[in-house]
Design a protein around this ligand. Structure first.
Ligand SMILES: Nc1ncnc2c1ncn2[C@@H]1O[C@H](COP(=O)(O)OP(=O)(O)OP(=O)(O)O)[C@@H](O)[C@H]1O
Ligand SMILES: [Mg+2]
Length: 354
């Protein structure tokens, strides 16, 4: 079998990056992230980058590599969810000739390719327990074993991991090893959501408009004050990726009307007293919504804790099974644990047993 992924193809170029001033903006949280990054880039310790989807984890990982003493070495990124579970082990750790049917030659894994460079494991929570053990060994003593090999190999590699999940919850659910978590989490970099750094939005908007104007040979102007206000108020569930795509569309379509419909204000925070008092304030309505929201959060937490076993969850919550089913449906929660990366299933549950 010919090797479909020669080493040279897998050692990726770092790619284009926005200027640092744009990446970090001016908010306090990003300022401390920048300082932390500068301190840790040079030390060979594992780093865990955490942040919602589209917040810039990839960019921060590349910056760590670019500012490290290993910057002239390889940059090897592994997008864990993109590689089917059965192939991930051979992609990561490689194999020897004859290790399995079809292994006609030996093949190095990406761990080996990252020797004296940076190995970036994106969405680390996707690794199954077996691969988590192999990664733990790599982090503990720099050793790993190709599939089918008799002996361990040694590498020097800086490991950077990223996730948009709460690994602490995965540990509670029994799907992530706590010892691996402590190993990869020597330094933790949290990237704030875009809605929490709304004052950086005008600068990002200016950058993306300029970038796409040049790319598409267009002349879209900076947005009006009204549009900018809507951009700052938007909830940004897709974070900077969503903003970038929206600005791209604005530049291509050339009108504010074409994007304004996609913007909606962030969901109200029912637990904050910071509400508008300009109009009528219905205390009854607000407290009802707050109780509803709190109930939803607690039910979700208890369900997760009991691995979605609704009978046990109902017992823990001190309510009947039937009442829990009703509340799950009422809160728009899935009735069973949703598989990773699949859309939430609609709840069409009756009072059938688990
Ligand atoms: N601070 C930033 N300044 C400018 N552009 C940014 C910034 N952060 C992210 N971007 C852009 O937003 C897009 C998404 O960023 P990135 O891929 O790094 O996010 P991510 O957190 O890795 O997302 P995911 O969790 O979906 O993998 C990219 O096109 C990136 O160039
Ligand atoms: Mg990413």
């Amino acid at each position: 079998m010919s090797n479909p992924n020669p080493v040279s193809v897998l050692i990726q170029p770092l790619g284009e990056m926005p200027p640092e001033a744009v990446v970090f903006g001016a908010t306090e949280a990003m300022h401390s992230l920048r300082e932390r990054l500068a301190k840790i880039a040079g030390a060979n310790v594992p780093v865990l980058i955490h942040g919602e989807s589209g917040t810039g984890k990839d960019i921060i990982a590349r910056m760590i590599h670019a500012n490290s003493p290993w910057k002239t070495g390889p940059w090897v990124k592994v997008n864990c969810p993109a590689i089917p579970g059965t192939l991930l082990e051979s992609e990561l750790f490689g194999y020897e000739k004859g290790a399995f049917t079809g292994a006609y030659g030996a093949k190095p894994g990406r761990v080996e390719m990252a020797h004296r460079g940076t190995l970036f494991l994106d969405e680390i929570s996707e690794l199954d327990m077996g691969l988590q053990s192999k990664l733990l060994q790599l982090l503990q003593d720099g050793q790993f074993c190709r599939i089918g090999a008799q002996e361990d190999k040694k590498v020097e590699v800086r490991v950077v991991c990223a996730t948009n999940r709460k690994l602490e919850e995965e540990i509670v659910n029994g799907t992530f090893r706590s010892d691996l978590f402590y190993r990869i989490n020597v330094v933790n970099l949290h990237i704030p959501a875009l809605r929490d750094r709304a004052s950086d939005i005008p600068q990002l908007v200016g950058y993306f408009i300029d970038y796409y104007n040049r790319k598409f040979n267009a002349r879209a102007p900076l947005p009006s004050a009204e549009l900018m206000k809507a951009l700052k108020k938007h909830h940004w569930p897709g974070n900077i990726r969503e903003l970038e795509n929206l600005m791209k569309r604005y530049v291509i379509l050339g009108s504010e009307e074409s994007i304004i419909g996609d913007l909606r204000p962030r969901e109200p925070d029912f637990f904050s007293a910071d509400i508008s008092v300009e109009g009528p304030v219905s205390l009854k309505k607000i407290t009802r919504q707050a109780v509803h929201e709190l109930e939803r959060k607690i039910i979700l937490k208890v369900l997760q804790h009991h691995h979605w076993n609704r009978k046990r969850a109902a017992k823990a919550l001190g309510i009947s099974y039937r009442a829990l089913l009703y509340k799950i449906r009422d809160a728009g929660l899935p009735s069973t644990r949703t598989p990773k990366h699949s859309p939430q299933v609609e709840v069409k549950e009756t009072a059938a047993a688990d």
